[in-house]
Design a protein around this ligand. Structure first.
Ligand code: AMP
Length: 115
């Protein structure tokens, strides 16, 4: 999608610190981290949000996203300490970039409830 910053990152038209990449999935460090580890895991294909995931993406894409998270959790040494995975969805969900993404947050104690 032409005006989507995460599509531009996925296509390497916009620079980012890429920490994981496969044919379908890319992960990069958040430009404004809110935790020592703050990585965004996204499908390269433009999907607006979790609410736009069709049945085939649920079956085919989500396992690939989770493979990325699993590998990154190990790389960032978060497996024993714990971490949080968040996908803000829609306006009231706090989504500001309309390209499906999963925040991987770790390296500090998280609070609940989130703001
Ligand atoms: P959300 O508010 O859940 O839609 O998350 C969007 C995230 O994208 C925010 O945490 C931003 O800091 C992050 N972000 C926006 N632009 C960039 C960029 N160019 N590179 C890396 N992260 C970005």
């Amino acid at each position: 999608m032409d005006d989507c910053i995460f599509c531009k990152i996925a296509q390497k038209e916009l620079s980012s610190e890429v920490v994981y990449e496969t044919k379908d999935v890319i992960a990069f460090r958040d430009v404004a981290p809110v935790a020592p580890t703050h990585i965004l895991v996204i499908p390269k294909e433009h999907i607006q949000s979790l609410s736009q995931l069709g049945q085939s993406e649920r079956s085919n894409l989500l396992p690939k996203i989770y493979d990325a998270i699993d590998e990154l959790v190990k790389k960032e040494s978060l497996d024993d300490k714990g971490y949080r995975v968040v996908s803000n969805t829609g306006k009231e969900g706090g989504q500001t970039v309309n390209h499906l993404h999963f925040h991987l947050l770790g390296g500090r104690s998280m609070q609940w409830p989130p703001g």
